[in-house]
Design a protein around this ligand. Structure first.
Ligand code: THU
Length: 160
């Protein structure tokens, strides 16, 4: 090996007393919508809340299917709805919260690969990063400043 490509990534961690009120609001919205998840197979309930530049907040949750790959994650559900209805309003930040039904406890969730690539799509569309807020069971917000922090070697070839 003569050359190495390295990308350093990081998440900021905010304890509850450090939360911005806008972030707290978004986390609350994600938390409340996870209860409506259709997750009879995994019993893993996920809620996502998306803030658009126009101030509107949209929410969605995971919707599973007996044919497992048919199910959709909360993040892609909310992005598809919001971007389908408000294609000109830039997404600013997305909050994601998860809970296990078995113990009713929060679980740490970071977006899956498909959802990361989907977030990337709208960053590229609006030429602006989207903040990603993830709640952990200690009720800290893990904040990625953009999808580059979660998917550093993402696919963007057709956009260049
Ligand atoms: N899930 C999401 O909705 N978002 C994520 O970021 C991770 C996983 C869903 C998919 C499936 O319904 C369940 O959580 C368990 O994987």
């Amino acid at each position: 090996m003569t050359k190495k490509i390295e990308i350093k990534v990081s998440l900021e961690v905010f304890s509850k007393n450090e939360w911005l009120s806008e972030d707290a609001h978004l986390i609350e919205k994600a938390k409340s919508i996870l209860e409506n998840a259709h997750a009879p197979y995994s019993n893993f309930l996920v809620g996502a809340a998306l803030l658009l530049e126009n101030g509107e907040v949209f929410v969605a949750n995971n919707q599973e299917n007996v044919s497992f790959p048919v199910g959709i994650c909360a993040e892609r559900a909310v992005l598809s709805y919001a971007m389908g209805n408000f294609p000109n309003d830039r997404p600013v930040k997305i909050a994601i919260v998860a809970k296990r039904r078995v113990n009713n406890q929060l679980a740490t969730v970071t977006p899956c690969g498909l959802c990361r690539q989907t977030i990337n799509e709208y960053e590229v569309k609006f030429n602006h990063p989207i903040e990603i807020l993830m709640l952990n069971p200690q009720e800290e917000i893990l904040k990625a400043s953009g999808i580059d922090q979660l998917l550093p070697f993402r696919f963007n070839d057709l956009n260049s």
